[in-house]
Write a protein that binds this ligand. Structure first.
Ligand code: GDP
Length: 425
């Protein structure tokens, strides 16, 4: 059986915590898209960790962590991450990396930086991890697969072919130093030695494991609204964030994904530029929520950037859950709202004088104004409550109101960053 854990919003919904928690009942945890550009923050008995490439199941010794073919694989970042969790006392995890995964090249990171610099004010707010240049190259068919690292002659020839075009752009568009082919070859040989112990035919491994009854978790990065097709294009990420893409980025049949746990945060936050209809525009109110937010406040796990804050958005979340194919909603970070007297919720968008509950295309989204409804707060700390019925009445009303608006079943409520901070509804 395969379960996907994905986000309904702009990312940072708390997927890391939910995956870490569900991993207890899983055998294999797979990353299927994205790269080291976003991060999950996880708190458990070993400490606090910001993971960028490793799946959130690495803390259990009974699980195998898999980097699927759909991931933008930054080899030195992966190796550093493994070393750093082991240095913090976590038992060395079992890790497999797809022989079909493609490699983030040193020049992808440079191109990301140079392009953001060139665009100036019109930049995408990239984390400069090389993700957009990486996926561009993948689909332009000039990317490097892990399996290719093991054929030295082939790699030498390919490097020459690929950098010929890159060097023209470096010289004439960015006015930066050219790529040296010998240096690049040496770097790739170092990458080969680093990754060799982990390389695996992942789709065969997953197929055989599933057939023998193993439980597989697919772990998504970011959320629906950052999907390149269904999100707020062009302010999106470069690989699909949808559970459906899990089949492709892991190499498994789509019909195996029986459960889609969509993680939805009790308020909104977003990183980078782009339309954000329910954004809190009053900076004092936003900063108060940001400080209370998550376990570490709402500051990016990879970049430390303050996130943009907003009220819960029923329009975006209903859409986000539908596109994911949600079977269960995990409603997270609810404890944070305990300080508020009243909690506004966005229940509709006003676009050109008409109110809609359907999430529009980006050009219309940019014109949308939020229709807010205010719900009463519960004004207490709910973080130690373990039973749904013990939650304050206004808190249950908030959950039930949102469940009705989004039209998907909330089966888990997360009220703290740790594994045990969970209420099954
Ligand atoms: P992800 O990328 O979706 O995993 O999201 P983040 O890494 O940004 O996680 C959100 C933050 O909230 C992390 O610091 C988590 O430790 C924390 N967190 C997750 N769930 C909860 C919760 O229910 N309550 C609180 N207070 N913090 C949470």
């Amino acid at each position: 059986m395969v379960t996907a854990v994905v986000g309904a919003n702009w990312g940072d919904e708390g997927k890391g915590k939910i995956t870490d928690m569900l991993s207890e009942e899983a055998d294999i945890i797979v990353r299927f898209q994205g790269g080291a550009n976003a991060g999950h923050t996880i708190m458990n008995d070993y400490g606090k960790f910001a993971l960028h490439t490793l799946p959130s199941g690495v803390f259990y010794s009974h699980t195998t962590s898999v980097i699927g073919n759909g991931v933008a694989l930054n080899i030195p970042v992966l190796i550093k991450e493994i070393e750093s969790i082991v240095a913090q006392g976590v038992p060395k995890p079992n890790i497999l990396v797809s022989d079909r995964a493609q490699i983030v090249m040193p020049y992808h990171i440079l191109f990301d930086e140079y392009e953001e610099e060139r665009l100036g004010k019109a930049s995408f707010g990239s984390t400069k991890s090389g993700i957009a240049p990486f996926y561009s190259d993948k689909y332009a068919k000039v990317g490097f697969q892990v399996s290719e690292l093991f054929d030295e002659e082939y790699i030498k020839e390919k490097i020459e072919r690929v950098i010929a075009q890159k060097n023209v752009i470096l010289e004439h568009l960015y006015h930066k130093p050219a790529i040296d082919k010998d240096e690049l070859f040496d770097t790739l040989m170092e990458y080969r030695d680093m990754i060799e112990p982990y390389v695996c035919d992942v789709s065969t491994y997953l197929w055989e494991s599933e057939q023998s009854g193993k439980r597989i978790l697919l772990e998504g990065q970011l959320g629906t609204l950052k999907d390149p097709d269904h999100g707020i294009y062009p302010m999106v990420t470069s690989s699909s964030t949808l559970a459906g893409y899990g089949a492709i980025g892991a190499g498994i049949p789509p019909y195996l994904i029986k459960k889609v746990v969509t993680v939805v945060k009790a308020y909104s936050s977003a990183v980078g530029a782009g339309a954000f209809v329910s954004e809190i525009l009053d900076e004092e109110t936003a900063e108060e929520l940001r400080k209370h937010g998550g376990s570490a406040g709402e500051y990016g796990a990879t970049t430390g950037r303050p996130r943009r804050m907003g009220w819960f958005d029923c329009v975006a979340t209903r859409y986000g859950c539908r596109l994911q194919g949600t079977t269960d909603v995990a409603f997270t970070v609810l404890d944070v709202l305990g300080y508020l007297d009243e909690i506004p919720v966005c229940v509709g968008y006003e676009v050109d004088g008409k109110v809609t509950k359907d999430f529009p295309v980006t050009r219309l989204l940019e014109k949308a104004k939020p229709v807010l409804k205010t719900l009463p707060g519960w004004k207490c700390d709910i973080s130690n409550i373990r039973e749904y019925d013990k939650l304050p009445e206004n808190c249950r009303k908030y959950i039930e109101f949102i469940q009705d608006e989004i039209g998907f079943n909330i089966s888990m409520v997360s009220n703290g960053p740790r594994r045990e901070d969970i209420i099954y509804v």
